[in-house]
Design a protein around this ligand. Structure first.
Ligand code: GRF
Length: 189
């Protein structure tokens, strides 16, 4: 039997990666159990999904980051969270928060890191006439999109691609890559 890690997912927007991870976590051999979701956006389209799937969730807008992080930390402690997956989470966590969960926070980023850290990755990749972009799952450290890379997937950029079409293609790969990354790091623990 697989011992599933109690996992929290942090989101900000659509939450398609979160939904995909929830779906994945329900598989018998998945190494995670999604126990808790934090959204920094109360308008996230995912709230309905969370309600329907009876997943415990909280909204923190991070306007008072220190205060919110303290509250989040308390919840994570209480729920004995073992892993945090950032999935389209657009806030930057403080160094002290990251240190407390050292090696236990993962992020997915829509580029082939170390290229195109930060925002507007697809626009920049197309502008620079890159032949490939892709996505990366990595550990989170205190520098933006700079932690140890776990796994990457390359995606071809066609001449006709615009940021929207490229983002769609990459997102599809993200949904395959995040579960793969989790299996890669958790299958031996
Ligand atoms: C994804 O491309 C993610 O990598 C990026 O933002 C997008 C959000 O997707 N950071 P979703 O919210 O998981 O649908």
């Amino acid at each position: 039997m697989v011992l599933k890690k109690r996992t929290a997912i942090f989101i900000s927007g659509n939450g398609s990666n979160m939904k995909n991870l929830v779906k994945f976590s329900k598989k018998k051999n998945a190494p995670i159990k999604v126990d808790f979701v934090i959204s920094s956006n109360k308008k996230s389209k995912s709230i309905q999904f969370l309600k329907k799937n009876k997943i415990y969730y909280k909204i923190f807008d991070f306007k008072r980051k220190n205060k919110d992080e303290k509250k989040i930390f308390e919840i994570l402690k209480k729920r004995e969270t073992q892993l945090i997956c950032l999935a389209g989470f657009m806030k930057i966590l403080s160094e002290s928060f990251i240190k407390r969960f050292k090696g236990k926070i993962l992020n997915i980023h829509p580029s082939l890191l170390p290229k195109y850290k930060g925002l507007n990755t697809h626009e920049r990749a197309i502008f620079n006439k890159e032949k490939f972009s892709g996505c990366t799952v990595h550990f989170v450290n205190s520098k933006l999109d700079s932690g140890k890379i776990i796994i990457q997937k390359r995606v071809k950029i066609n001449k006709k691609d615009d940021p929207k079409s490229l983002s769609k293609k990459i997102l599809k790969q993200e949904h395959l890559l995040y579960p793969k990354a989790l299996k890669k790091i958790l299958s031996r623990t």
